[in-house]
Design a protein around this ligand. Structure first.
Ligand SMILES: *Cc1c(COP(=O)(O)O)cnc(C)c1O
Length: 393
């Protein structure tokens, strides 16, 4: 018999250091309020920025797709064929993102695994921001290319690494960055990155998971926000956050997408999204194209909450987006803060190492477009109460 006590030991170590993640069971759909342990709590955790995860139009589209197309795709698209629905989503997303072509995948995580190893080999160089998302890091691990990690948002350091890659004889260079960094809410300095990439003839790839539906006109993302259309080679997107469904995609030139359909392993060896997912995603893009009302409401709500917390004396870091980190630094304090908030009717998880660096624990507040002003006032009042109790303000 295999000795499972090694897992038990590691789990106990996590519990002792306050880093064991207690996963809450939800008894209701995603939304501004949730039911947990039979109790209604205000939800400040999800990436459901625009409230689309439980939107009536998306649900209707998903139900119709089940009637028309069934529940499963049958196999991978290269073998079982591709449904017209998937192609319709890809066309819609390409128009929305103002790119030539899009390839949909099962998740944003998979989209990074699809692109990075299939377009780089041992002769190439990958240059990655040190705080890039785990799915980028894992994608890079799957590639045989030489790695260069540059200091967070430091374009001078990136330029030095580009020179180093040239000196090392790289065939070509791929720069990868998150668009919005998910734990701090700061933006990649994309215009400067593009400028240095053009000078060094490097490709630029940006993971727009937290920019989608949030930044740019109608939530078109970070490339639109900085007006860099046509100057960023590869965009990674997720349908699992602001779009409210599940899935990921790669956006870029036609040649890139054609190439990925032949080479990318998550495309070749894993089945595609279900018809219901795809139809709901198409509906999400339609809603964003029709109106920017939800995106505007999201930003208004986030500004209202952030301003109030700053006024109370909380340290909310240097976020440039609706992501609001409430910095508590100590993992134990953050975990106590979260527990007390829960007692007060607020679901806001504490986040510690390894999701954020050691000594940088926080409550990451995610405000959405479906929170009302009363919801936000309720949250502000409770943060003030718990903050005073724990003497952090
Ligand atoms: C959330 C996230 C992903 C993963 O997206 P999923 O669709 O949930 O797999 C990828 N990259 C970044 C930067 C993210 O924040």
């Amino acid at each position: 018999m295999f000795d499972y006590s090694i897992f038990e030991k590691e789990l106990n170590t996590l519990k002792e250091s306050g880093l064991f993640v207690n996963i809450r069971t939800l008894e209701s759909a995603q939304g501004a309020w949730l039911k947990i342990n039979g109790k209604d709590v205000l939800n400040l955790c999800s990436n459901n920025y625009l409230g689309l995860a439980n939107n009536e139009r998306l649900k209707k589209a998903a139900k119709k797709a089940i009637d028309d197309w069934g529940v499963g795709p049958g196999a991978v698209r290269t073998i079982a064929g591709t449904m017209k629905l998937h192609e319709e989503l890809e066309k819609k997303l390409a128009e929305f993102k103002k790119v030539e072509a899009v390839l949909s995948l099962q998740s944003g995580f998979n989209a990074n695994q699809a692109v990075i190893p299939s377009i780089t080999s041992s002769e190439d160089a990958i240059l990655s921001d040190e705080l890039n998302h785990a799915s980028i890091i894992d994608g890079v691990r799957l590639s045989k290319a030489k790695r260069y990690v540059w200091k967070h948002r430091d374009v001078e350091d990136l330029e030095q690494k580009l020179q180093q890659a040239d000196a090392d004889g790289a065939r070509y260079k791929l720069i990868i960055t998150d668009g919005v960094f998910s734990m701090d809410g700061d933006l990649a300095p994309l215009p400067e990155i593009v400028e240095v990439a053009e000078r060094y003839n490097a490709m630029v790839m940006v993971d727009d998971a937290h920019g989608e539906g949030v930044l740019g006109s109608h939530g078109r993302g970070i490339v639109d926000h900085f007006n860099l259309h046509g100057r960023v080679d590869i965009e990674i997107g997720t349908i699992s956050k602001a779009f409210g469904v599940i899935g990921g995609y790669v956006a870029g030139k036609k040649e890139l997408i054609e190439y990925l359909k032949q080479k990318a392993r998550p495309f070749l060896f894993s089945s595609s999204l279900s018809p219901a997912d795809v139809a709901a995603s198409i509906e999400a893009v339609k809603i964003l194209e029709e109106s920017d009302e939800l995106v505007k409401k999201l930003w208004d709500n986030a500004k209202y909450f952030k301003d109030a917390l700053k006024k109370l004396g909380f340290d909310t870091g240097h976020s440039e987006t609706p992501i609001t980190p409430v910095m508590l630094y100590d993992a134990k304090v953050a975990s106590d803060f979260s527990k007390k908030l829960f007692e007060e009717g607020i679901f806001a998880q504490s986040i510690g190492y390894p999701t954020v660096p050691k000594g940088k624990a926080r409550i990451r507040v995610m405000i959405s477009a479906v929170h009302t002003k009363e919801d936000l006032d309720f949250a502000i009042e409770k943060f003030a109460k718990v903050g005073k109790e724990l003497k952090v303000i």
